[in-house]
Design a protein. Structure first.
Length: 512
């Protein structure tokens, strides 16, 4: 079976189209190839990062480009449901974002999805992982930084031996840096500002993965791809390699080029040429803090990540790997706040066993399992601030953190579940609980009920319960633990914490 899909990305410096043809060889395997792509410049980021809004002229230009892409897509006879339109950092922060999105929808029929920084990191991970499919050892056997310097933001992914150690979206893009350049006395002052800013960011990220221990540097983005073709070596179908010294020398040389020279030499738009040298210098400053001897440049982008996120959902191996990266990110966050890891692991294991044993009763999508798992890992993270009211602190820390692979809405759900893990608390107490849709509220309540029980079963943080079975008898759920010492403390905790479970599911809970 062959199908054609398209992605339109509204970025800070341009609007880009990708059309791919998918061929499904079996129920879980897809092959795909790019059959068409286009890119047209637009000063969206220059508007937003200067004035805070998208100007009328830029909006009109945006509509004209999308009209043009629509005509291009008609030749491919793509069904509307197979066309995705996404927007990144510029529209994400524009004050008149809703009005712009409404104009696009009314005039073109496209509903634009504005992806947040966490989602962009997820798509970047999928795209990079695919580009490294024949060279996975380069990531799995090294400490790696994956970096994409965009017009409005810089996306960073830190990986320790192939596992996510941290993800960040920094409000430090080429257009924002260019504005600093105009307010400073010299370019040298600007680059000193840039280097100092990166040094400060690096010091906070060292808690997740020491930059001095990073030996692999992956640069994602058009600027890096251009340099790779000039002074790099192709090492894979979608992968290039640039020697560290060659990259630095080329970057230094580009600093002397005018925008006009960049347009002629690199065949890029004037809009992109204005920030080309700044992007390269940003990569160079990050590189100098690492031990990487070369830069790896995958020939990929966010649009390919979006295609992959759709076509590879049935792939069980990829899904398991992706969920493993989510939990790795959660554990890394937990360790930053010095949680009781043995208790968190015990509650995690019990929570997942309850979820799997009650799957038919829960009626939740598979994503509910990973949400519960992360909540179990992080539920006591607020103890770092103080034991009293630590559920409040946990909720705040989680709600204001980035967890790789999870959307902002999913992180908010985890924040609510963690808030409700104590005996006398409920997500209903939170003001934003009622603002969610019904499905989200029900999911939060069900998963909170499971977390309360799991936490009760390790009440003394002694990991007494190593195994249990679940039985139903009439209106009672019986948790049977074999070969364990006295469970008096756990039984008392369960009596206090099972109220929500009994209200949501209608079963009385008994520990036997």
């Amino acid at each position: 079976m062959t199908e054609t899909k398209a992605v339109i990305e509204i970025g800070s410096t341009g609007i880009r189209l990708l059309v791919v043809e998918l061929t499904q060889s079996d129920s879980t395997t897809f092959q795909w190839q790019t059959v068409d792509k286009s890119e047209l410049p637009i000063p969206l980021g220059r508007d937003v990062f200067t004035t805070g809004i998208v100007s009328r002229d830029t909006l009109v230009s945006c509509l004209h480009i999308i009209y043009r892409f629509q005509e291009q897509l008609k030749a491919w006879h793509i069904q509307p449901e197979n066309i995705a339109v996404i927007a990144t950092s510029a529209l994400r922060v524009a004050r008149n974002r809703d009005a712009v999105l409404d104009r696009i929808m009314v005039k073109t029929g496209f509903r634009v999805k504005v992806i947040d920084g966490i989602e962009q990191n997820r798509l970047m991970y999928l795209a990079v992982w695919n580009a490294f499919q024949d060279h996975r050892d380069l990531i799995e056997n090294h400490n790696t930084i994956v970096l994409e310097v965009g017009g409005g933001a810089t996306d960073i992914m830190l990986m320790a031996q192939g596992k996510i150690a941290g993800v960040h979206t920094l409000r430090l893009g080429t257009i924002i840096i260019e504005r600093q350049l105009k307010s400073m006395a010299s370019a040298q002052d600007t680059y000193r500002f840039l280097e100092d800013s990166i040094r400060v960011m690096r010091s906070s990220m060292d808690q997740e993965l020491l930059f001095s221990n990073i030996t692999q540097f992956v640069a994602v983005g058009q600027e890096a791809q251009i340099i790779a073709k000039y002074c790099g070596t192709q090492v894979g179908a979608k992968l290039w390699k640039i020697n560290r010294d060659q990259f630095s020398a080329f970057t230094n040389e580009v600093q002397s080029y005018s925008a006009e020279e960049c347009v002629l030499k690199f065949k890029i738009s004037y809009n992109e040429a204005q920030t080309f040298a700044i992007a390269l210098m940003s990569y160079k400053f990050f590189l100098q803090f690492t031990q990487a001897e070369y830069i790896l440049v995958p020939n990929t982008n966010t649009r390919e990540g979006l295609i992959l996120s759709v076509i590879q959902q049935p792939n069980q191996e990829l899904q398991e790997n992706f969920f493993a990266q989510i939990t790795a990110s959660a554990w890394n966050l937990a360790r930053r706040y010095k949680i009781d890891e043995q208790h968190a692991e015990s509650v995690r294991v019990i929570s997942l066993k309850l979820f799997d044993g009650l799957k038919d009763e829960l009626g939740l999508a598979p994503e509910g399992r990973i949400i519960l798992e992360v909540a179990a890992i992080l539920h006591d993270i607020g103890v770092f601030i103080g034991v009293d009211d630590h559920h409040l602190h946990s909720s705040y820390i989680i709600g204001n953190s980035d967890i790789f692979g999870l959307s902002r809405d999913q992180i908010d759900m985890i924040s609510q579940i963690s808030y409700g893990h104590r005996s006398k608390t409920s997500p209903r107490d939170l003001p934003h609980f009622a603002k969610q849709d019904r499905e989200s509220r029900v999911t939060v309540l069900k998963l909170t009920a499971l977390l309360k029980i799991a936490d009760a079963l390790d009440r003394g943080h002694g990991q007494k319960i190593q195994g249990f079975t679940i039985d139903f008898h009439a209106d009672t759920l019986i948790i049977r633990c074999a070969g364990t010492p006295s469970l008096t403390l756990e039984q008392q905790a369960l009596e206090a914490k099972a109220t929500l479970f009994e209200a949501v599911f209608g079963y009385k809970v008994v520990l036997s």
